[in-house]
Design a protein around this ligand. Structure first.
Ligand code: SF4
Length: 379
């Protein structure tokens, strides 16, 4: 469980979506080529561990990594295989957007080693897609899923967003039903967050759309928990649902404190103990730094014992069934959560947001909905 994972950030998209604040820009062929070379170089120069550590997940995120050609993706994967031992059973995920892949490209991605696809459906309503600035239609999503299945992908994840501008509970229900009918192995279901500096935030400020209503968002969340559960999906994390055994093995590393090594602009890394670092966010500046220095690390942070304990606590609580085993936590971090947060725990318990069963602390369904308030007390 504690083997490291590798994350590769691909910062290119066909167009910018109105709600997105990720480190991405529009695709340019020459820059993509220089970027792939820089990432391969950064991976090969990685020097945290001298020996070739074994990793069992590789995750291409973005951005829209499926805009890379199979040859470009293979160059990066070859660099990963030269610098790390990639376990035979490794989960290799490629994020993609509907309508960005052809049957030939999918076959070539699979031949290169990709065995899991994660794609941003977001909504099946054409008007909602247009409002978000998405460049695909709902039919593109259905076709992409069919192509993935035909190409042999048996581990597929969809992203959907609830609480979109002017979205009703009924519209969200129809989206959910359609996603469940298509039966991907994994679903990531998010509530829309409006980030400052995005076109969506401006549109809301100008009065074009209303800010998402928190009560309606809560109803949508309850509906997704209920419908996914009836359809046989387990809610293993606050926003993530899967068929039995199909958790995202890579994302589990973030929630369980396993090490992960990120490459590419804005990628974050963690050594599994106390050290975190992250890369330069700007794509061009990243390429230049790698070409000139072989490294683009922009920030490093060494967490103290109390911070590590708090972080393990709020990340662990995201895993709803598993929760946090307080004895194991004390053995690992030498901190007594019951003593450190006695008042907060009593308050959350009284409000029905947490439960302590034996030695295990978990969020309740109400706590999952208000998780940010609970986590704020721990950090
Ligand atoms: S495709 Fe994804 S990463 Fe790219 S702009 Fe849209 S939301 Fe952001």
């Amino acid at each position: 469980m504690n083997r490291p994972g590798v994350y590769i950030h691909i910062p290119f998209c066909r167009a910018r979506c109105s709600y997105c604040d990720f480190a991405t820009g529009t695709y340019e062929g020459a820059l993509a080529e220089a970027y792939v070379s820089a990432v391969a170089r950064e991976i090969e120069a990685f020097d945290l561990a001298r020996e070739r550590v074994e990793v069992d997940t590789v995750y291409f995120g973005g951005g829209t990594p499926s805009l890379l050609s199979p040859a470009q993706l293979s160059r990066i994967l070859d660099a990963v295989r030269r610098r790390f031992r990639v376990a035979a059973c490794a989960e290799v995920t490629l994020e993609m957007n509907p309508g960005t892949v052809t049957p030939d490209a999918l076959r070539a991605f699979r031949a290169a080693g990709v065995n899991r696809a994660s794609f941003g459906a977001q909504t099946f309503d054409e008007r909602e897609l247009r409002r978000l600035g998405r460049t695909h239609t709902a039919d593109d999503t259905r076709r992409t899923l069919a192509l993935l299945r035909e190409s042999g992908f048996d581990n597929i994840s969809f992203d959907l967003i609830a609480g979109l501008p002017e979205q009703t509970l009924e519209a969200w229900r129809l989206n959910l039903e359609e996603a469940l009918r298509l039966r991907p192995e994994h679903l990531s279901l998010y509530l829309l967050e409006v980030h400052e500096g995005t076109p969506l935030a401006d549109q809301i400020r100008q009065g074009r759309y209303l800010r998402p209503d928190p009560d309606l968002a809560a109803e949508m969340y309850r509906l997704m928990v209920e419908r996914t559960s009836r359809a046989g999906y387990e809610q293993y994390e606050i926003s993530n649902f899967c068929l039995p055994g199909r958790e995202s093995r890579h994302n589990m590393k973030y929630w369980t404190g396993a090490p992960y090594f990120g490459f590419g602009c804005s990628a974050h890394s963690f050594d599994g103990r106390a050290l975190r670092w992250s890369n330069e966010r700007d794509t061009l500046a990243y390429v230049k730094l790698i070409e000139e220095k072989g490294s683009a690390v922009a920030a490093r942070d060494e967490l103290g014992e109390r911070d590590r304990s708090a972080e393990a606590l709020f990340l662990g609580l995201r895993l709803l069934r598993r929760g946090v085993n307080l004895s194991e936590h004390r053995a690992r971090f030498r901190r007594d959560v019951r003593a450190d947060f006695a008042e907060d725990l009593a308050r959350f318990d009284e409000a029905g947001l947490i439960e302590i069963e034996g030695d295990v602390l978990r969020l309740t369904p109400a706590g999952a909905l208000l998780s940010n308030e609970v986590f704020a007390a721990f950090v």
